[in-house]
Design a protein around this ligand. Structure first.
Ligand code: ATP
Length: 199
């Protein structure tokens, strides 16, 4: 199995900016968010299980998940959240492992906003936090999504605190400056990861 770097950071911290750069350096990137969407695509086992349990309410006209309805459901009934996670989490994990096992680069990157919270860090050898102060996070995330500040603050409050993530991560890259400054730090880290992966 390839040596895996887990890459994380809060909403709007620059995970995608960082993983795009690793991809440019030739490193295979697996995105946990993309995998999480794949396992509930129409016809997938988790999609079928959700249909059996909740019926048509759980879907939109195009058969994709009605995420707003499901969010309400699991918010109102915590037991249903546990059930839903039992359907999705093992399949996400399996698929992440499958995709990582196909990596052909010197090492691979697993990017996940909930790397520590979800236990996905257990699939990695080393972790890197993309770190920005909260005001920068709010400014960049709200410019990108037209989400209002209030929504972004709520998401930040629900994620693991910045201090806890800083304490858990093996490395921290500061993304409060320019993208060039981020890339500079990633160039140095990349050299170290090549060495670590080879040893
Ligand atoms: P999310 O978890 O919300 O998807 P993310 O951690 O993947 O976010 P990005 O999408 O990489 O974050 O970055 C958030 C926004 O900030 C994007 O619009 C991106 O272009 C911008 N951005 C990222 N890094 C910088 C930077 N150093 N300078 C200016 N803008 C940046």
């Amino acid at each position: 199995m390839v040596w895996v770097l887990g890459l994380t950071g809060g909403i709007g911290s620059g995970k995608t900016a960082a993983s795009d750069y690793f991809a440019k350096l030739g490193i295979c990137v697996v995105d946990a968010d993309v995998v999480a969407r794949e396992v509930v695509e129409p016809g997938e086992p988790a999609w079928l299980a959700i249909r059996d349990r909740f019926g048509a309410d759980a879907f939109l006209a195009d058969q994709s998940l009605n995420r707003a309805w499901l969010r309400q459901k699991v918010f109102a009934e915590p037991g249903e959240r546990i059930w839903l996670e039992q359907q999705t989490h093992p399949r996400i994990r399996e698929r992440i492992i499958e995709q990582l096992s196909k990596a052909t680069s010197a090492y691979a990157v697993l990017v996940s906003p909930l790397l520590f919270e979800s236990g996905q860090s257990a699939l990695t050898q080393h972790t890197l936090l993309i770190d920005v102060p909260e005001p920068v996070q709010i400014e960049r995330a709200s410019q990108r999504d037209q989400n209002n500040e209030e929504q972004i603050r709520r998401i930040i409050a629900a994620q693991m605190s910045r201090a806890d993530k800083q304490a858990k991560a093996n490395d921290v890259a500061d993304n409060s400056g320019t993208l060039a400054h981020l890339h500079q730090q990633l160039d140095q880290l990349h050299q170290r990861y090549l060495t670590l992966a080879a040893s």
